[in-house]
Design a protein around this ligand. Structure first.
Ligand SMILES: CC(C)(COP(=O)(O)OP(=O)(O)OC[C@H]1O[C@@H](n2cnc3c(N)ncnc32)[C@H](O)[C@@H]1OP(=O)(O)O)[C@@H](O)C(=O)NCCC(=O)NCCS
Length: 180
């Protein structure tokens, strides 16, 4: 597990972690946070962890398209990140975003995910997006569903067996919330 960005509750202070816009210099830290989720879990449906260059390309493209990419600062490093992007490409979906939140495995359950998601929701609402959708892969294997239900999302359905990783067919659960 990555350790170079470790945050502690002391780092965060009473107000929680500082959330700021992602910068190119954060790409390697974000790639390191994401890699174990790809390599060892079914939380991500990617099969090979993308490197820092690919993360930079993806996040730059999101920003250029008007979507927010945020990081939780931890000292000089990063303890987690969150972003929103297009839900689907057809233009009638333009007010809806799909989001992701990833926290360094070493500092989970310390309020970083909450701070990132709340900031992402506020930023998306301020930019005029109206609805946020989460696609929770293999929901039995993570705390993502509980996390989202705690933060204003409601469960809207299960797609059965639409993923396949580590030799298993995998479900995804869709969650949604309004942004106004
Ligand atoms: C899901 C994730 C983003 C949550 O972030 P976090 O910093 O660990 O969680 P927080 O401390 O902010 O928790 C906020 C709330 O979420 C819920 N939650 C978080 N972790 C939980 C756990 N392990 N068990 C039960 N509920 C949990 C709780 O309601 C919690 O509030 P509480 O502590 O007051 O009870 C983080 O664990 C993560 O990165 N997981 C892997 C990637 C992932 O699943 N991302 C979501 C896909 S979009």
């Amino acid at each position: 597990m990555p350790t170079n960005r470790a945050a502690t509750r002391t780092d965060m202070g009473d107000a929680g972690p500082a959330i700021r816009d992602w910068a190119l210099a954060d790409a390697a830290a974000c790639a390191a946070i994401y890699a174990p989720y790809v390599a060892r879990t079914t939380i991500s449906f990617e099969l090979e962890p993308p490197g820092a260059d690919e993360i930079a390309r993806r996040f730059d493209a999101l920003r250029a398209a008007g979507y927010p990419v945020l990081v939780a600062a931890s000292g000089a490093g990063v303890a987690g990140y969150a972003y929103a992007g297009s839900f689907r490409a057809r233009p009638a979906y333009r007010h809806t975003v799909e989001h992701s939140v990833y926290v360094d495995p070493g500092v989970q359950r310390g309020g970083i995910g909450r701070a990132l998601l709340e900031a992402l929701v506020a930023t998306c609402a301020a930019r005029g997006f109206r609805r946020m959708v989460g696609v929770i892969s293999d929901p039995g294997q993570s705390h993502s569903l509980a996390f989202h239900l705690r933060h204003g999302f409601r469960e809207v359905g299960t797609l059965h067996g639409i993923g396949h990783k580590f030799g298993r067919d995998l479900d995804v659960v869709m969650v949604e919330r309004p942004l106004d």
